[in-house]
Design a protein around this ligand. Structure first.
Ligand SMILES: O=C(O)CCC(=O)C(=O)O
Length: 361
């Protein structure tokens, strides 16, 4: 049987159940090798004074040409130099952001039998999960999650979305609509900044037929946070990620110049990051950046990662306008379906997956 048609290689243990059982030592299978632990000296340490750029989008669609140019420029610098930035005044309702996070908190605090009804499998990953990757004996991350599809329409299946709390499906629906709207606006900005027409990047994603999915991450309290990670280093395989972080607890770290920078979220900000597919389409003008999540012993943490992806069955390759004799195409064409299959078998692995595609021609 090929790897993706099997079930999980070992019985699934919910990290939340482990955490709530009151253990004071984490099981061996969550203990990371020394160099991968959060405060290992080998990673250059954390830099507390630095933050990713914060960009106020409020002037983006107004009449002030200077302000407009300045915002375009801030996004351009953030995409080229960071691959990660925060946006405020982005047009998504702050109340909706709060209610989406609250609905998911309530879901994760529902009785286990309610959550188990949505238990997922590696075939599609949809539903309630506790591991990524199917390697038997793998060291696992300290987190549970829920994964669902919002787009395209044939994949959007309300029955696979939680019915608890009662407003959950309605809130996800409206949240998805507004975040897809924000993603479309950002795609235009990126496209123009790459020197393309405002619709070109979106068209390369398949126009209206993009994919969009949500992974809600739930990181329970951890009695030994120095030994493990909530989510191992990875770059996002899709197009662009719009992350709603926890409003109380930090945890996301971005790799920059060999150091891990802890993101300090601004109130009601979204964290935007470039995924592997935009790295490929932009011929590495914009790069997806490695990130990871640390956990702590005092507070649980929740985050909503909304992945805005190309249509899954069209070839994604460097855009012809960005390929010249001086800048040859760095990647071969591959559909997002093919790429995702490759990633899902292996789980989070830093940036080695997109790097493995590199083939100067
Ligand atoms: O929890 C976070 O802040 C980041 C989550 C993340 O990187 C992901 O879901 O891919």
């Amino acid at each position: 049987m090929d790897k993706l048609h099997q079930d999980w290689p070992e019985p699934i243990v919910r990290v939340q159940s482990l955490s709530e059982s009151g253990i004071n030592k984490i099981p061996d299978r969550y203990i990371k090798p020394l160099p991968d632990r959060p405060s290992s000296c080998g990673d250059g340490g954390d830099d507390d004074d630095v933050n990713i750029p914060i960009i106020d989008l409020s002037g983006l669609f107004g009449d002030d040409a200077n302000l407009h140019a300045s915002i375009m420029d801030q996004v351009s610098v953030a995409c080229r130099e960071w691959g990660f930035f925060q946006v405020i005044n982005h047009g998504v309702s702050p109340e909706l952001m709060d209610s989406a996070r609250q609905a998911w908190r309530e879901f994760f605090h529902s009785p286990m039998e309610v959550k188990q009804a949505y238990a997922n499998s590696p075939k599609t990953y949809e539903g309630y999960g506790s591991r990524l990757g199917v390697d038997k004996g793998a060291i696992l991350d300290w987190g549970d999650y829920y994964f669902l599809h919002y787009k395209p329409l044939p994949l959007k299946d309300y029955k696979k979305w939680p019915a608890t709390p009662p407003n959950c499906r309605e809130v996800i629906d409206e949240y998805g609509k507004q975040v897809v709207g924000l993603s479309g606006r950002l795609m235009k900005v990126l496209s123009l900044n790459l020197g393309l027409g405002d619709h070109d990047l979106q068209n390369a994603f398949g126009g209206e037929n993009i994919g969009a999915c949500l992974r809600v991450n739930f990181y329970p309290k951890c009695p030994q946070p120095d030994l493990t990670l909530g989510l191992s280093p990875h770059s996002d395989p899709g197009g662009m990620t719009i992350l709603l972080p926890d409003d109380q607890v930090v945890g996301l770290q971005v790799r920059r110049d060999g150091k891990w920078i802890t993101v300090k979220p601004a109130p009601h900000a979204f964290i935007v990051n470039i995924g592997d597919q935009i790295q490929v389409l932009s011929n590495a003008t914009y790069k997806s950046v490695e990130h990871r999540v640390i956990v702590n012993s005092a507070k649980e943490r929740i985050s909503l990662a909304f992945f805005y992806n190309p249509k899954s069955d069209i070839p994604i390759e460097p855009m012809k306008e960005l390929v010249t004799p001086q800048n040859p195409a760095l990647y071969p064409a591959m559909t997002f379906d093919e790429y995702r299959l490759f990633i899902r078998m292996r789980g989070p692995r830093g940036k080695c997956q997109v790097e493995a595609l590199k083939s100067p021609r």
